[in-house]
Design a protein. Sequence first.
Length: 278
Amino acid sequence: MITNQNTALEVPATVPPARDPHPSRRTAATKVLSVLQAFGACDGAASLNELTRYADLPKSTVHRMVGFLRAEGLVEMIDNRFLLTTKITELSTAVPLEISDHTRERLLPVLADLYESTREAVQLSVLCGTTARVVERLHGRQSSELATRLRGPLPLHCTAPGKVLLAGDPGLLPVLCAQGLEALTPASITSAGVLQSALTGVRKHGVAFDRSEWLPGFTGVAAPVWGPGPTLVGAISVFGPVQRLSPDAVARRVHHTAEIASRELHSTPPSTGHRLAG
């Protein structure tokens, strides 16, 4: 517990605070940060007026800061609106995701059982901005190459766990569509209408598919894991090459595993002081 008692690490009152030798740089960095936070308030897509309002800065300053971000490839402009690019997501992968000890302890045996029954890469993914991130994975030697791919962000529109997480947060769909649905393979969904239809199916049946939409020759199945509330904690999924993994054959098993995981998270309350963040 933090108290107001003096400690040996406190700076004596007689020592003057350090001065920034480059105050203009510090000020510019603060303004850029304010604009990035304004994007967060606008779900990653905003007009100049919206950014100005949320950043609480002069419009000319916001325009200049956005220019810096565009020059660095962090922001792009589509239909007179500014959008954060995937480069922001790439930077976010350096930030470690936290998963509570409670959640980890309850779900690891469930993931292990699914791996034992499928012998393919099994993972738990959570929402991270406009992508999915794998926070737990189990795989064998035959899936080591795929596991390397799972270390980075997963697109929401063309992966099984991404579709589960996207179905649980409908507000993200307009943002993704505004950014453009990238065709990563010939099978990738690039139409907003088709994606909306797929998400309706996910909500109805509780399972999502990736039929070589993300990586050529690989397929996947995912189902939602619900915590108390109910709150969508994440998605349990299985990935594998098409010659070994049949999505339709394992869909029921994945869905059943996710139901077991949800019951596990409801059976005991999480420990105080831990959290699940994505």
